[in-house]
Design a protein around this ligand. Structure first.
Ligand code: GLU
Length: 284
């Protein structure tokens, strides 16, 4: 079976040890399977992505000793593709406009008698669309809106297939997807015009990714992405979510831990060999 995996960082900070672990995991899996490793730059969020972080990605990965196929796909160059996928879902009646601000969403959830709590994307929102007349008033006023996926509409569309939404977690077997735990996720942000889940699902299919290897922090995202694959008639790759690397204090690495960025480590004299060995990827 062909084996295609990818490492898909967002240039919102310098790569840190956690990214190195993830990239090495994907790279080793591709090598063992005599497969292909792709690098995808997930830079749709122009408000948070920065060119210097983008430029550093390939430099840091090369230093680490990795190689990948070119050309590298940059999501910001394909916004029209994601827009088309979004329109398809909208034409199917699966999306609705959400004019609420983040604060309004949180307040609304807080007011609900049994609020469903927090989902992988933050607040779980299932408020549904506004009445048409109210919506028209806001549209006329030019109020910005996001597009949300209506779980209720998605469930109606899939019918009995909803209960058969599954994905394979390598080493564990079939997992029943539970997209409802995330609520009505945003598929197009007010500011960016597209959102993470849609771009990832579209690209994984377009690039023929057979194995998505990424951290457990994205496990919940897989449940939503599985639903999007079903709605857009896209294939479902196999998934492998690896444990997250934690520092000595037990906390996972994050972009704010500057001391653990690959460039800081390199500047402080750590060699790529040492880092690889430290992360459990000793012999090349
Ligand atoms: N771009 C995402 C991130 O940096 C990863 C997306 C993915 O692996 O599916 O967190």
């Amino acid at each position: 079976m062909a084996f295609v995996t990818r490492f898909a960082p967002s240039p919102t900070g310098y790569l840190h040890k956690g990214h190195a672990f993830s990239a090495l995991t994907a790279w080793r899996a591709a090598r063992e399977a005599e497969g292909r490793l792709l690098l995808r730059i997930e830079d749709i969020d122009a408000t948070r992505c920065r060119p210097e972080f983008d430029a550093a990605i390939e430099e840091d990965l090369t230093w680490l000793g990795l190689n990948w196929e070119t050309p590298v796909r940059r999501q910001s160059e394909h916004l029209a593709d994601y827009q088309a996928a979004l329109e398809r879902l909208r034409d199917l009646g699966l999306l609705y406009r959400c004019f609420r601000t983040r604060k309004e969403v949180l307040d609304e959830i807080g007011r609900a008698p049994h609020h469903p709590g927090e989902g992988p994307d933050g607040a779980v929102f299932t408020g549904g669309p506004l009445p048409l007349a109210e919506e028209q008033v806001l549209l006329d006023r030019g109020k910005p809106f996001a597009w949300r996926l209506s779980l209720a509409a998605a469930r109606r569309r899939l019918g009995a297939a909803w209960d058969r939404l599954r994905f394979t977690e390598v080493g564990q077997g079939e997992v029943q997807a539970r997209p409802e735990s995330a609520g009505d996720v945003v598929l197009a942000r007010k500011d960016v015009g597209v959102a993470y889940h849609l771009a990832v699902v579209f690209d994984d299919a377009l690039q023929g990714v057979t194995h998505v290897i990424r951290g457990l922090d994205l496990y919940e995202a897989t449940h939503i992405q599985r639903l999007l694959q079903a709605l857009l008639d896209l294939p479902t790759p196999l998934y492998r979510h690896h444990a997250l690397l934690t520092g000595p204090d037990g906390r996972r690495f994050a972009k704010r831990d500057h001391s653990q960025t690959l460039r800081e480590l390199r500047d402080s004299g750590v060699t790529a060999e040492q880092l690889r060995a430290d992360l459990g990827f000793g012999a090349r």
